[in-house]
Design a protein around this ligand. Sequence first.
Ligand code: PXG
Ligand code: PLP
Length: 441
Amino acid sequence: MTDAPNPLSLAEFWMPFTANRQFKANPRLMSTAEGMYYTSVDGRRILDGTAGLWCVHAGHARDEIADAVGRQVRELDFAPTFQMGHPLPFELATRLTALTPPTLNRVFFTNSGSESVETALKMALAYHQARGESQRIRIIGRERGYHGVNFGGMTVGGIVNNRKRFGPLLPGVDHLRHTLDIPRNAFSRGVPPHGVELADDLERLCQLHDASTIAAVIIEPVAGSTGVILPPAGYLQRIREICDRHGILLIFDEVITGFGRCGAPFAAQAFGVTPDIMATAKALTNGVVPMGAVFASTAVHDAIVQGPENVIEFFHGYTYSGHPLACAAAMASLDIYARENLLTRGAELAAIFEDAAHNLRALPNVVDIRNIGLVAGIELKPRAGAPGARAYDVFNDCFHNRGLLIRVTGDIIAMSPPLIIESGEIEQIFETLAAAITAAA
Ligand code: PXG
Ligand code: PLP
């Protein structure tokens, strides 16, 4: 990099969710990617243990997606979808609803997970308004939840650092407790046995606020960003029952769990619990073009899409909703997912992945390991007075010295490789990680 003719200036790009000054003093830069691997700017092969940022499910640089996007630019680069249209988002929506639970068959397109969340929250409010229950204005999120960075998602989210500098946020939001309980559930394989009663927090909030004021509950079926927190056995079913009892909509944020991460196309299917609205993004296009999709039940859609036929029913949308390039990338991704059975491959590999992850149990400072499908969280004991430092050392060591990309949040390591991974690469990931965790003792 230093002997390039125009040395790269790192000053101007204000990096997202990054310790900018620390990064720029010791950068980690990728230059190319193919299949399961990145190549760093200094020419080292880096095994992608995180599917980019939880989005590259079919692996990198898939020709089919590149060709589809390239063709699409020349054929129809952009066309509006406000009071106009083009065939691609219609075709994509139809194809997507073949993968979702049968009741979730109306699709609204966005450009990111954050936008999908805002869209889902607005649908929930509009639904109750349209049905004459305009007193239903409260939304319930969950502690440690991550729902993106816009004001609605930030408010229903429960990650303190993401909220504390940004003012009073939206009114009318309350939170369930999170479901991480290491003392009772440490080293559970798959869903933990204890904690179904945490779902009763929702019943308590119904008592506190009166259920008739609550519009929706939004949760991640498996919380990803906060460090891989699984729902206890029976928890999601109980949340669903309480919502049904009180006329509250259930929103699943499947931005991470969608498109095969948990071993089924969506976590809704992996857990057998169907929400009323489902927010997705990320792997919808294999991460190639930004795109999100919000799935609504016919009941939600039909309640909103009514009234005089010449009037816009839902005053919401993005310039790039249903963008042709995103649609082309999504359809090529769906072709690959189908042909290579990637949306259920996580179930086939889950046992191998689980064993490999739980092999780290005896290492120094490992306090918990959590897993489902092709996602695992490894929680480390923080160094005294330096939260996050141990996991950050593991992350840096893996990138600079061991050729492995991992993701850390606080002292939790999250592994979420592309779904094309083979068993040898699973072994490689966890053996590398074991060496790095041992070195960081
Ligand atoms: N909901 C959930 C459940 C997510 O995981 C979003 C919404 C927001 O999506 P966008 O596309 O607006 O970023 C996400 C995103 C991490 C990490 O480190 C996770 C996400 C994004 C960046 C980093 O785990 N999830
Ligand atoms: N700000 C201004 C001034 C705009 O005109 C628009 C869209 O027309 C937006 C923001 C929203 O942009 P987008 O539709 O890409 O979310």
